[in-house]
Design a protein around this ligand. Structure first.
Ligand SMILES: *Cc1c(COP(=O)(O)O)cnc(C)c1O
Length: 367
């Protein structure tokens, strides 16, 4: 059977190892997954009795996501027509590529960054231009230089996955002002809730001035609803209308819509998760300082850490002791891992595993 040629060149997304797989493989009874930037503190308690809200499963969900749309529009102070929902923001990435990319045009992104931009762009046949990050930060001038007549979409991820670095406010607006206005700028703010207030790009309130900008956010990370698959985009109504054409008609489930609506109301849960994350992250950074492992600044719930040996070996060593982290070789960083900041006690345990590993590396280098 014939597919688009590109399909033969791509591989499916390789998920972080599932907990039960690792348990069986190494005969462990407890596994800590720090590979996908999920919220280690779960999700709002308000969802404990989600069963009571259960919609009728036999009925299709509201394809317009009306209730959540209205609440979110109010919350963000935007018009309902500025919102588009997706089966995770992943699906919105896919819809953007489907609508705006095709053979003959190109798209500009950082490297390393969230791999789904490139993956979906290639499926649509667009040329991908990758501009290396500098110390974990987007090289915005380099990205502007990479834009030409054939550029349709530019991807900015702030804070950037996997580096954790957030684009500074002035640099962002300088970029927007210089970017041609027929180029769609996608700003992926999957970790928005973790961002310090001072570092907020205030994108939503500035949207009216930038009709070529779309902001992506998600309920998967700080809100802890990764398993339900719901995210959203905020942009100009004309832009949003185009994405509504390409998205599936019932792309978010009734449960996900309901859960997001409830989760959105619990600001205390988010504030608590964010402050705990901040404290634990700092302690972990201080530990890394003591063993001299370098990491990028991070405004998120994960750290990009340089490793003294190949990251797959680091990954394996840590895995055998029940911790799953993300080696970044596949993203072009053979000597780096990405570690989600977990619960305090788990991070202490991870520290002692990394310490052991580091001692072995030092010993091996001596002999
Ligand atoms: C996790 C993540 C997403 C995907 O989130 P979903 O809403 O779960 O699809 C998108 N962008 C970045 C940068 C992410 O880290």
């Amino acid at each position: 059977m014939d597919t688009k040629q590109i399909i033969n060149e791509l591989t499916p997304y390789k998920p972080g190892k599932q907990i039960h797989e690792v348990k069986e493989m190494y005969g462990l009874d407890r596994i800590v997954k720090l590979a996908s930037n999920e919220n280690p503190f779960g999700y709002t308690k308000k969802l404990d009795n989600l069963n009571a809200f259960s919609p009728s499963f036999e009925v299709y969900p509201d394809g317009y996501t009306a209730e959540l749309r209205s609440a979110l529009a109010k919350r963000l102070n935007v018009d309902e027509s500025q919102l588009v929902f997706g089966n995770g923001s992943d699906e919105i990435v896919q819809s953007i590529c489907r609508a705006f990319l095709y053979p003959g045009v190109n798209t500009v992104m950082a490297v390393p960054t969230f791999p789904q931009y490139k993956h979906n762009a290639r499926i649509e046949g667009a040329d991908v231009r990758e501009v290396p990050v500098v110390n974990g930060y987007h090289d915005l001038q380099g990205m502007l230089d990479a834009i030409d007549e054939e550029t349709n979409v530019v991807w900015l991820c702030s804070p950037n996955n996997p580096t954790g670095c957030a684009i500074p406010h002035d640099d962002f607006y300088n970029f927007l002002d210089q970017c041609p206005d027929d180029v769609l700028v996608v700003l992926d703010e999957a970790y928005y809730e973790y961002l310090d207030e001072k570092k907020d790009l205030d994108t939503v309130e500035n949207l009216p001035q930038y009709k070529n900008l779309i902001v992506l956010r998600t309920f998967s990370k700080a809100y802890g609803l990764a398993g339900l698959r719901i995210g959203y985009g905020i942009g100009n109504p004309d832009l949003v209308a185009k994405l509504d054409v390409v998205r599936g008609p019932f792309n978010t489930s009734s449960i996900a819509q309901k859960a997001a609506l409830i989760a959105m109301e619990d600001d205390t849960f988010i504030a608590d998760s964010v402050s705990r994350n901040k404290k634990i992250k700092k302690e972990f950074q201080q530990f890394l300082d003591t063993i001299d492992w370098q990491y990028y600044e991070s405004e998120t719930n994960f750290l990009f850490i340089s490793t003294p040996i190949n990251s797959n070996d680091v990954f394996q060593y840590i895995l055998k002791q029940g911790f799953i982290v993300r080696p970044l070789e596949g993203l072009g960083c053979p000597n780096a891992i990405r570690v989600t900041i977990g619960k305090e006690s788990d991070m202490k345990e991870l520290q002692s595993i990394i310490l052991q590993l580091n001692n072995k590396v030092i010993e091996a280098n001596r002999s």
